[in-house]
Write a protein that binds this ligand. Structure first.
Ligand SMILES: Nc1nc2c(ncn2[C@@H]2O[C@H](COP(=O)(O)OP(=O)(O)OP(=O)(O)O)[C@@H](O)[C@H]2O)c(=O)[nH]1
Ligand SMILES: [Mg+2]
Length: 350
């Protein structure tokens, strides 16, 4: 080891690497000598390619430190008192780090947006029996996942599935139609489950039957207000008499309305659809995606990342630090795995 500097510069030698004092062989491996200033750090440097393993690496690092060597990465990054790192580099690193730290802070204060996006947006379809909730679910997922019949009270339990709607991961739940007057024990339990699940939902679709609204002869506002009351959903859906932000009103069965009624309905702040005629789904998806973005942000928007023009060595160190901090929260994160990916993708030797 003490003879390293006698090697011809920038040539690989296969050598027995011996401890400088005990003369014990630590490993047999490749040694390359890079005298200053033609090295990665500008200082005298040596590169070893050894067999790996914790024992060999720590014995080698310990022996090298006895000879006054430091790991090249640390030598470069531990620039506190180094003269050869330009002031400009400090400034750029500093501002990049502050920027990255701000971005991470912003993401941490995101109202659970990231968590909702990762776990799927909990979405629920609510309404009275027979309004077309299960038909809506089937249209949204493009398959007959829930049973649809003309008998009110068809859906008894929650039908839950995962879907990708407008690019967002969704946990979509169809529920039993809410019917206050039922005496059926199973239906009652289904309604209780629907309401319990609704309390935990990130997004609610309240479905109304357009033909029933028409038959009521009420204004839409009156009908909606009475509808919410009759379902006993005021606490969940209303805030100071206004609809909560994470809920949309869907008026289904507009195929049962005549032209004039349809036009009137379209003036209301609702999404009119017909599951029977497959109408209105474009607008519905547009509205859903607007709401999803408000709930959990845009999944394609930029996340805090190490930017492309970032120095790759510093970036690797930052990722190492970030992984360590994340590891405290999530459990162990192997920096080796992360660095492997960086080195593989950035193609920077070792
Ligand atoms: N005309 C018309 N009928 C529809 C439409 N959507 C659903 N239906 C019919 O309405 C009936 C009830 O549909 P479902 O989807 O089972 O209604 P639901 O709200 O899930 O009913 P429950 O499970 O009983 O609460 C069925 O006969 C459907 O074919 C629509 O857009 N137009
Ligand atoms: Mg149903």
């Amino acid at each position: 080891m003490t003879n390293i500097s006698k090697l011809e510069a920038r040539k690989a030698y296969l050598k027995n690497i011996r401890h400088p004092t005990t003369n014990e062989i630590i490993d047999k491996g490749l040694c390359l000598w890079f005298p200053a200033p033609h090295s990665f750090t500008g200082e005298d440097s040596v590169e070893f390619q050894v067999h790996g393993g914790t024992a060999i690496l720590s014995a080698l690092m310990l022996a090298l430190s006895k000879l006054g060597f430091r790991p090249a990465l640390a030598a470069y990054i531990d620039f506190g008192e180094e003269e050869n790192i330009e002031t400009e580099t400090f400034k750029v690193c500093n501002s990049d780090l502050i920027d990255l730290s701000n971005k991470i802070q912003k993401h941490l204060l995101d109202d659970r947006k990231g968590e909702i996006l990762r776990n799927g947006i909990k979405s629920i379809i609510l309404g009275e029996p027979n309004v077309g909730k299960s038909s809506l679910l089937n249209h949204l997922v493009n398959r007959n996942a829930a049973i649809v019949t003309s008998i009110p009270g068809t859906t008894r339990d929650i039908v839950e599935l995962t879907a990708n709607i407008a690019g967002y991961p969704i946990l979509l739940a169809d529920t039993a139609g809410i019917n206050r007057n039922t005496t059926d024990i199973i239906e009652k339990e289904g309604i209780k489950r629907a309401k319990d699940q609704a309390k935990m939902a990130d997004f609610i679709m309240l479905v109304i039957d357009a033909s029933k609204y028409k038959a009521s002869n009420q204004t839409f506002k009156e009908y909606l207000s009475n509808y919410v009351k009759s379902l006993e959903l005021e606490c969940l859906l209303l805030e100071k008499n206004n609809l909560v932000n994470n809920c949309i009103i869907i008026l289904n069965k507009i195929d049962l309305l005549n032209e004039v009624d349809r036009k009137n309905v379209q003036k209301q702040n609702v999404i009119s659809i017909s599951c029977a005629n497959e109408e209105g789904f474009e607008k519905l998806l547009e509205k859903m995606s607007e709401k999803f973005e408000a709930i959990c942000g845009n999944p394609t928007a930029e996340n805090p990342t190490i930017e492309k023009n970032y120095d790759v060595v510093l970036a690797a160190q930052e990722i190492r630090k970030a992984a360590r901090e994340l590891g405290k929260i999530t459990g162990h994160v192997s920096t080796e795995e992360i660095l492997d990916i960086i080195f593989k993708n950035f193609c920077i030797g070792k």
